[in-house]
Design a protein around this ligand. Structure first.
Ligand code: ZN
Length: 539
């Protein structure tokens, strides 16, 4: 016996078997049970979500020998013939190949005659938006006053292209994209019935690349079975689809947690070397960020993820705002791949963008070991700034020296002028570092430090950041400390002000260029994002 494609063999034969379109099934079942069926339905939705399948089940419901029913018997001559695609009163027409008025006239003329064997003539017109204007017009008359024995099922992937006059005469149902878990469940059901060995991870991968289409999923599954010699293994499916090994998305996310630039570049290099589709890679990365976002906002919903444990730990290590931003960067990066000089460049650029924004999740209290690695990536392949240069690199090394000095002086309470150096020496990162940099020391009374903060940095005095600053100060000073912030007061000597003066000249041009980049602009406004200080440096 010849091999039958899974999509054909496993096309659902009853409404009960049809997954994912419950809203349509319920409406049609009710109408059938009450005998109040509309004469024309328009089913919209992308390919492979069940439009033709629904039309065929409807045809059986109307023509089953046992009577009009929402649960056709499946064994009578009408049901069997419809399933086999040879029922004379079900007329399937592909508008994509029969767009002309002549075809339509012929069909409509035919509609006047009573059904040959069944109770109803069912016209299934697929891709109906492809019909010509004249064809639509000739159809209109019949749609307005259809003979009692005629039902129309129009299906389209593009309802916008259908004339309003036709739309208004149809009952419209939008078929939903099928969710990956639902597709994976159906695939595993089929493979069990077919006694084919499989790995869940392989099905999850197929379900995701099928983009909501059961038909696509089944034809990929067909390929995978052939490719894997009768088994469906994850590694085989990955090779077949040009997807990389499962872990690279985690490795990239892990590298972002510790801000390990070299690791990111190495990952990009290795993906490109294995000729993995970098578009798929960005897609997979975006999917990972999505799961992390779910874990952060609706933790209960995340427990069902196959990689729940890894997602959870990433959800704790990365800030929710960063995840939102990262998702956007990946999606946009994917769209931009076609515009990039080449795929690898576009992909690498996207990873560097992820690195340029601040991912540290302050609430964990873990200072990422990043500055060193972040410096590595910036310095690799770029000329080292000459001594005395006022570039960001120089600022960094300057603050490194003053850090050592300040560490020696850290035992004593700093004078207001020494405050910036003291702050620079503290083990701070992220928002806490930004807070520290914006403060000026106004007074010390006993354990209490009065710190002036400009109005523009008020948000940085958030408890979470303040506590980290306080902890770092306590560690440096070896005693308890209390912080009091004065918002809006004059803030003479802050680390930020000092660094700013040094940096301004060289930075201004570079930063402006980066900030004026439309993509960056978009991110900044949409997410209220901040560009990590020093991540942009003049070349
Ligand atoms: Zn039947």
């Amino acid at each position: 016996m010849s091999y039958q494609a899974l999509a054909r063999k496993w096309r659902p034969k009853t409404f009960a078997e049809l997954s994912g379109q419950e809203h349509v099934v319920r409406a049609l079942s009710n109408a059938l049970d009450r005998g109040r069926l509309h004469h024309a339905y328009l089913l919209t939705g992308t390919r492979g979500v069940g439009k033709t399948t629904i039309a065929r089940i409807l045809a059986k419901s109307l023509n089953c020998v046992k009577g009009v029913t929402a649960t056709p018997c499946g064994v009578c001559s009408a049901c069997v013939d419809i399933d086999a695609g040879r029922f004379v009163d079900l007329l399937e027409l592909d508008a994509a190949s029969n767009t002309g008025i002549d075809n339509m006239r012929e069909i409509l003329d035919n509609a006047r005659y009573a059904p040959t064997v069944g109770r109803y003539k069912v016209y299934l017109i697929d891709e109906v938006h492809m019909l010509s204007k004249a064809a639509f017009n000739s159809m209109l008359k019949t749609l307005e006053e259809p003979p009692e024995h005629v039902k129309f099922v129009l299906a389209t992937t593009d309802p916008q292209k259908i004339p309003v006059t036709v739309l208004s005469r149809c009952l419209q149902f939008n078929l939903k994209l099928l969710q990956p878990p639902l597709i994976a469940a159906r695939l595993s059901e089929i493979l069990r019935a077919e006694s084919i060995a499989f790995e869940d991870a392989a099905l999850a991968l197929i379900a995701r690349v099928a983009h909501g289409s059961m038909r696509d999923a089944l034809s990929i599954l067909d390929q995978a079975i052939a490719y894997g010699a009768g088994e469906v293994r994850e590694s085989v499916v990955r090779t077949m689809l040009g997807a990389a090994d499962a872990d690279y998305a985690y490795r990239i996310a892990d590298a972002l947690v510790v801000r390990d630039g070299p690791a990111l570049l190495a990952e990009a290099h290795s993906l490109a070397e294995h000729s993995v589709s970098l578009s798929n890679a960005l897609e997979e990365l975006a999917a990972l960020f999505h799961r992390i976002a779910v874990a952060q906002t609706v933790p209960d919903a995340a427990t069902a993820f196959p990689d729940a444990a890894r997602v959870k730990s990433l959800a704790q290590a990365l800030a929710p705002e960063f995840i939102q931003l990262a998702y956007q960067i990946c999606v946009q990066g994917r769209a931009d791949l076609v515009l990039a000089p080449d795929e690898t460049t576009g992909f690498t650029m996207t990873l560097l963008r992820l690195l340029a924004f601040e991912p540290a999740w302050e609430a964990t209290g873990e200072a990422p070991a990043a500055p060193e690695s972040a410096t590595d990536i910036r310095s690799s392949g770029e000329p080292v700034a000459p001594e005395g240069s006022t570039s960001a690199n120089a600022t960094q090394s300057a603050s490194a020296t003053s850090a050592a000095d300040a560490a020696r002086a850290a035992i004593t309470v700093p004078e207001p002028e020494a405050w910036p150096a003291f702050v620079a020496a503290l083990k701070l990162s992220g928002m806490a570092l930004q807070l520290a940099a914006q403060t000026a020391l106004k007074a010390v009374a006993g354990n209490e430090f009065v710190l002036a903060v400009p109005e523009s940095a008020r948000h940085l005095t958030d408890r979470a950041y303040a506590d980290k600053l306080k902890a770092a100060m306590e560690q440096a000073l070896g005693r308890r400390v209390r912080l009091r912030f004065e918002i809006g007061g004059s803030t003479g000597t802050t680390l930020a002000a000092q660094e700013k003066r040094e940096r301004d000249v060289a930075q201004a041009k570079t930063e402006a260029a980066f900030r004026d980049d439309p993509f960056v602009q978009d991110l900044l406004t949409r997410f209220d994002a901040r560009i990590k200080p020093n991540s942009i440096k003049p070349v």
